[in-house]
Each structure stands twice: as C-alpha cells, then as structure tokens.
Design a protein around this ligand. Structure first.
Ligand code: LMR
Length: 394
C-alpha cells in the first residue's frame, strides 16, 4: 500500500550531519548544523540551566501531563520577554510548543485552516525548514529577494517594496534577528518602514525568532520585531529556546499570537491546541520548566544573561578573527561582511565546487549553500579553514 510513496526530500542540514558522522577522519570539522560550541568545541549546558535543573529535580513530585497549553508560567515569561510592555491590553496569547519548529507548524496549520489560499512569503534565502513546514500545511510558498548576494547585505529596498505590494491573504515571514542562513539583518529603519506599511496593506507578519541574545544583545535583537508587532492588529511569532538557553534536545519553544482582541487571541490559541492535540497531544515539560525557573528568579536570570553575553561575544570575536585571517591571506576585503553579520551564520559566497573540495579534502563541512556556523569554529581551526577556502579556489 505504501509503495506509492514519493522519494522523501532530504534536509540538507541533517544529511550533512550524517555525512559528517560517517567521516572517519580525526581532523573533521562540522560547520553545518546551527549549534553553539565553546572554545573547547563543546556545546555546554549553561550554568543557569544546570542550577534550574537541580532545583527542579529536587522539587519535582510527579510526571503527570502538563496540559495542552504546556507550562503557563513559561508561556507568560516568554510572552513578557518577547513583547515587553506591548501586551498591556491582553491582545497576545502564548502556547508552549516542541521547539520553534513546533510553533511554525502550528502556525502553518492555523493559517491554512483560516485562509487555505494564503501565500506565505519567505526570504531568499531562508531557513531550509521553512518551505517544507508551510508546504506540508498546504500553503502556497513564494520567495522574496532578501540578500544582495554581491554585497552580502540585505536588499532593504526590495523587502520594503514587496511589503508595499502585499495585502490581506499574504503572510510575510521575517527572521526576528541573526538571519538564518545569511547573518544579514534588517536595520531598525527598515523594521520601522515595515511597521508603517503593515497596517496599511493588511498582510500578516510572521516573525520567526530563534537567535535573540546572540546578535547585538537580548533587547536589541527583539527590538525590530516589537516595532512591527506593535503596529498591527494581528501577528504571529514563533520563538525558540534551543540556542539562547542551549536546550536543543529538550524541544522548547512557543507560539505567540497577537490578535485584535483578547477574545480572538484566546480563540487562535485554542485552534492551535486543537492541532497540537492531533499532532503530538501535549508538549514536553522539562525544557519549559527550566526556562520558567530561570526567568522567574532574578539571580538565575542575571546568570543566564551573562552567559548569553559570553556566547555572543565569542561569536563576535570569532567573526573578527576569521575576517582578519581571510583579509591577510587573500589581500582583499571580500570577506569583511563577516564582521557586519550577526549571530551564528554567514554565507561565505563560495562556489559549489569549492564547498565540495573543502569537505572532501579538508574534512570541513559547510552547508551546500555555503552557510557556515561561526559557533562551530575555534581559534585553532581558523588557519585550516582559511587555507581550505583559498586552496579550493573560493
Ligand atoms: C540550523 O539552522 O542549523 C538549526 O536551526 C538547526 C535545525 O534544526 O535546523
């Protein structure tokens, strides 16, 4: 019966990871999947997370279901972190989800149920999982020009121009910060322009935010998204705690819905619950309990923020080191964009052939798009990566 199945689409991130695991070379280096590593190459458990976990394990008395909404203390804490004072009139409602991808899925089905003919607009390029998530929900997916591949900056005129043409029935997906895969972010002026156009044009903003705190700092990284969300009656926000709390495998995220009234926001949250119930029933408890514990305790919150700052400072200094080494070796400013970019990723602008040579000859794994995970590097790796880039002919 099942042999009519089409060949499943492989995810480039997961395929590359499997290739990396199968590589027997000692000196291999995985710059594919977006996971933070410290200077020793380890993805550490944050000390604030460890402390919160110790408390939870000591106090936990049951493993009974949390409930369909997940942990409501977590939901409230995430909503406050993301929206700040914007939710004074109760127009937002938040649902705990299995990671940011869980939130994206529920939102995709929410949109598809309300507007089956809606078009979702993704940046070119965008996170490799965006298209499958929205296509699986039956939505029409289109792309908009985002990256100017020549300068590796955002083509803000193109983004704003698109916004001025969209209308009701269009969902405009924007990355809140530290754009995946390009690392090139919208300026605040561009966010402001979008905030002016959105209510006029009536499109639905969907902000995917997964790297806040790893760019310019927690508050600045959320600022642009808040400007836009504050300007409209309806918006969606998918939030991940994978990277900034280092909770990858705990699958911790949230779907925030902003509606024209408190009643509508609750209705949309309930619609997402209906979809969650049939997809996975109830979200996992552990990661959300950790985040709720950290954000509910001043001491743990400060400890977490200071660890997050250490992580983002490490990314910034690696960006400078890599850009300086490439400048010295190539005698050009071709890779200076690394310094302007934010967060974990940049697209190196290398040919397919070069990316393949870097993998086969040097055991250094970059995504086929040329996306590099800066956080996968250590200072020790930089000379080898630079050598590989130059030897591959770039
Ligand atoms: C990535 O882009 O590498 C991360 O978001 C990991 C993932 O799940 O794809």
């Amino acid at each position: 019966m099942l042999n009519t199945l089409a060949t499943p689409r492989a995810c480039p991130i997961l395929s590359l990871f499997n290739e990396y695991l199968a590589d027997a070379r000692h000196q291999k280096l995985n710059l594919g999947v977006g996971v933070y590593q410290d200077e020793t190459g380890l993805t550490p458990i944050m000390a604030a997370v460890k402390a919160a976990e110790a408390r939870l394990l000591g106090n936990q008395t049951t493993k009974v279901y949390e409930g369909i909404f997940g942990n409501e203390t977590f939901n409230q804490a995430i909503q406050t972190m993301m929206l700040g004072g914007l939710n004074a009139d109760g127009r937002a409602s938040t649902l705990q989800t299995p990671g940011g991808t869980g939130a994206l899925n529920l939102m995709a089905y929410l949109i598809a149920s309300a507007r089956p003919n809606a078009t979702i607009w993704l940046s070119d390029p965008s996170y490799v999982n965006h298209r499958p998530v929205f296509e699986m929900a039956g939505l029409t997916v289109k792309t908009y020009r985002y990256l100017d591949w020549e300068s590796q900056c955002v083509d803000e005129d193109a983004v704003i121009d698109l916004a001025s043409q969209l209308g009701a029935g269009d969902v405009f997906l924007l990355h809140g910060c530290a754009h995946n895969p390009s690392g090139a972010d919208l300026s605040l002026a561009a966010w402001q322009a979008l905030a002016e156009l959105a209510p006029e044009r009536g499109f639905l903003p969907l902000i995917d935010i997964a790297y806040h705190g790893l760019g310019d700092g927690l508050e600045p990284d959320i600022h642009g998204a808040r400007l836009l969300v504050d300007a409209v009656e309806e918006a969606l926000m998918s939030v991940s705690c994978s990277k900034n709390f280092g909770l990858y495998r705990e699958r911790t995220g949230a779907a925030i819905v902003i509606a024209e009234s408190e009643r509508q926001a609750k209705r949309y949250r309930e619609a997402m619950c209906e979809m969650a119930r049939s997809a996975y029933s109830m979200p996992p408890a552990h990661g959300a309990a950790i985040v709720a514990e950290i954000l509910g305790d001043g001491g743990l919150t400060s400890q977490w923020k200071s660890e997050l700052l250490t992580m983002s400072n490490r990314l910034i200094s690696l960006r400078h080191e890599l850009a300086a080494a490439l400048k010295e070796q190539t005698q050009t400013s071709r890779f200076d964009f690394l310094i302007r970019h934010k967060g974990m990723f940049s697209i190196m602008g290398l040919s397919e052939e070069a990316i393949n040579t870097i993998k086969t000859q040097y055991g250094i794994y970059l995504l086929p798009s040329g996306r590099i995970n800066i956080a996968g590097l250590t200072s020790h790796d930089i000379p080898r990566l630079v050598e590989a880039i130059i030897a591959s002919g770039g």
